[in-house]
Design a protein around this ligand. Structure first.
Ligand code: IMP
Ligand code: MG
Length: 338
């Protein structure tokens, strides 16, 4: 079974948390990361916190093989640092076509006024590297001696594992409204962040996909420039306990209430089959670390049920705390499996 995890708003919905939960719970054979190091995914497990920018969040389960999809991009230093931190070097592979970001692209991006000022880029060199890839000037993983021992064709591996009946989890990055094609251009990232874009970065055909889990946080955040409907003042956000800082840049995230219209549109375009909601405990304090639906406070249940009635897609996962396992899992009840 091939599952794609995709963000439904502006990134930072908690894909790292959901991916780490699914890795521990379902133990897929292979977990893949797409995208690049502009996206920070946070994993908390057994009292430890990892802020990952390229290694798949599924590393928390040592049985899971990890890979980088051909459409991904990474600088070598961040990759090696994270492989060490996550002790996953011996179960990691990357596709020969993964793009390699160098100091040059980082420098170019940091001095690119349009990207840094108007768009509010994270300045990680991703856009500049991606543009060099398009111009066929970028070096890829296959060009680097130090990566030779990790190289493996990801599409071949994926198809081979699917044919043998194994599960694969693809961890997308950012969110629907940051998509280069479907987001709020020019206030977007340098790639298509939707399910179809994530799949094209992996490189297998759409018929291989079984599930698309779209992740929403219980409120909306955005870093960088661009529209944010219903944006709360810093004071209101503070009062409601909705203050967050970006994983990669440390910038304060802008905040707005959950946006049903945006969620519906994202569900439609991503053809989501399941919805995961993270940080339910931020809206309903009494939901903190609850792992059993029946133990949720009634107002939290009502919020989830009203939302599901509007979204018309089963809400199968509810995040209730920072730990990977702080999750209410309704897949058995709602889908008859999981
Ligand atoms: P870039 O992709 O670093 O050039 O950033 C372009 C826009 O996307 C900026 O508004 C960033 O703040 C935003 N962005 C890129 N990656 C992420 C992410 O992982 N989470 C949230 N926002 C992101
Ligand atoms: Mg993030």
């Amino acid at each position: 079974m091939l599952t794609i995890l995709v963000g439904g708003f502006y990134g930072d919905e908690g894909k790292g948390k959901v991916a780490s939960y699914l890795a521990l719970k379902d133990s897929p054979k292979l977990a893949l990361r797409t995208g690049s190091v502009n996206a920070g995914h946070t994993v908390t497990y057994m009292g430890k916190i990892w802020k990952l920018r390229i290694v798949p969040s599924s590393f928390v389960n040592p049985k899971v093989e990890l890979g980088l999809a051909p459409g991904a991009l990474t600088p070598l230093d961040i990759l090696f640092k994270e492989l060490k931190e996550t002790e996953s070097e011996n179960r990691f592979c990357l596709d020969p076509h993964v793009g390699i970001i160098t100091e040059e692209e980082i420098r170019e991006e940091k001095s690119d006024e349009h990207l840094m000022r108007t768009v509010g880029s994270t300045g990680q060199g991703v856009g500049h590297a991606e543009s060099k890839r398009v111009l066929r000037k970028l070096k890829l993983a296959k060009d680097y001696e130090e990566l030779k021992k990790y190289l493996a064709s990801i599409p071949d591996k994926v198809i081979n594992y699917i044919e043998r009946g194994y599960d694969i989890l693809v961890e997308g990055t950012q969110g629907h409204y940051l998509s280069l094609y479907h987001g709020e251009y020019p206030y977007v990232t340098s790639r298509n962040t939707t399910a179809s874009g994530i799949l094209s970065e992996v490189g297998v055909g759409p018929k291989y996909v079984d599930e698309i889990i779209i992740v929403f946080k219980s409120y909306v955040t955005r870093v960088g420039e661009g529209p944010l409907e219903g944006e709360l003042s810093e004071e209101s956000a503070q009062k409601l306990g909705l203050v967050e800082y970006a994983t990669v840049t440390g910038r304060k995230r802008r905040v707005a209430p959950f946006n049903i219209a945006l969620a519906k549109e994202a569900i439609k375009i991503n053809s989501a089959t399941q919805v995961a909601i993270t940080r339910l405990d931020t809206l309903f304090k009494a939901a903190y670390k609850v792992r059993d639906y029946s133990k949720l406070p009634p107002e939290a249940k009502k919020w989830v049920e009203d939302l599901e009635a509007q979204l018309k897609v089963p809400i199968t996962l509810l995040g209730t705390g920072e730990d990977a396992l702080d999750m209410i899992d309704l897949r058995k009840e709602k889908l008859g499996r999981g």
